[in-house]
Design a protein around this ligand. Structure first.
Ligand code: NDP
Ligand code: 8X3
Length: 255
């Protein structure tokens, strides 16, 4: 039995139409929490609601749109309005080209989603959390924030932003009982790669070839664990990788 009763929680999950977000939504509902599930694909949200029932409320909006994000989160029905845990999960990588060849439109989109989308989500839930003097912001970072790799340029930088913003937010919130955590997964099989390679299934499958990656439930478990620890405990960062992934040595150009 976790220290914090999940049945007492209302959990907001952005990007709940696939991957980690969907698994996180399912995990909390299974344990008796109420979940506000968001994303742009309304059909998937409706299917999730139909399957999981009255403990789920769905909101269709684009996290890149500040006004839409703010508005959606003010329209919550009373029984879902007091968000205890906000999982800022919506995010994406686009492309794996080195900086000279990368598409600036992809960079803009990653920054708009992973940076601005995170900020708009957090800003919308913070006032309520502070007023109630309880709450938990859980952001999805990535190992790409700590470990550079070729082609990770702006994606890794957006995730470094997520990690540092979360730490700074925690500094700002000292004195309140609002918690802040970043969960930073390594290679995990979701729709992430399909999105990164813009629907090219062959390219999308390549990173997982011969490897047992993390799955969405592994990451949902980390989020659920951090969220249900006693209220006195703040997990700052959780970094999690598949056993079949580790670090490379420095690279050198030798002449
Ligand atoms: P998926 O592609 O499976 O899921 C991404 C989710 O984000 C979808 O539900 C999508 O919903 C939502 N989303 C994307 N853009 C927007 C937007 N503009 N507005 C609203 N929702 C949006 O990928 P993952 O589950 O793997 O990724 C979830 C998070 O985890 C991301 O932040 C990603 O960077 C991070 N991550 C992923 C890793 C991996 O290897 N898979 C490893 C480390 C971190 P919709 O399209 O319906 O809007
Ligand atoms: C996703 C992990 O290694 O593809 O954040 O960047 S990686």
């Amino acid at each position: 039995m976790p220290a914090l009763d999940p049945k007492s929680l209302t959990v907001l999950v952005t990007g709940a139409t696939s991957g980690f977000g969907e698994a996180i939504a399912r995990r909390f509902v299974k344990e008796g929490a109420k979940v506000v599930a968001t994303g742009r694909r309304g059909g998937r949200l409706q299917a999730l609601k139909k399957e999981l029932g009255a403990r789920v409320h769905v909101l269709e909006f684009d996290v890149r749109d500040r006004k839409a994000t703010e508005k959606a989160l003010t329209t919550l029905p009373k029984e879902f309005a007091e968000i205890d845990v906000a999982v800022a999960n919506a995010g994406l990588a686009l492309g794996l080209e080195g900086a000279p060849k990368a598409d600036v439109a992809d960079w803009d989109d990653m920054i708009a989603t992973n940076v601005n989308g995170l900020l708009y989500t957090v800003k919308a839930v913070l006032p309520g959390m502070i007023a109630r003097d309880r709450g938990h912001v859980i952001a999805l970072g990535s190992v790409a924030s700590d470990f550079p790799y070729p082609g990770g340029n702006v994606y890794g930088a957006t995730k470094a932003f997520v990690g540092q913003f979360a730490l700074n937010l925690r500094a700002d919130l000292l004195g309140s009982n609002v918690r802040v955590t970043t969960v930073e997964p390594g290679l995990a099989e979701t729709e992430f790669s399909l999105v990164r390679f813009k629907g090219d299934a062959e390219k999308a499958a390549a990173p997982y070839k011969g490897i047992e990656p993390l799955n969405a439930d592994d990451v949902a478990e980390c989020v659920y664990w951090a969220a249900t620890l006693p209220r006195r405990v703040n997990i700052n960062r959780v970094q999690v990788m598949p056993v079949m992934q580790a670090f490379g040595p420095f690279a050198f150009r030798r002449t």
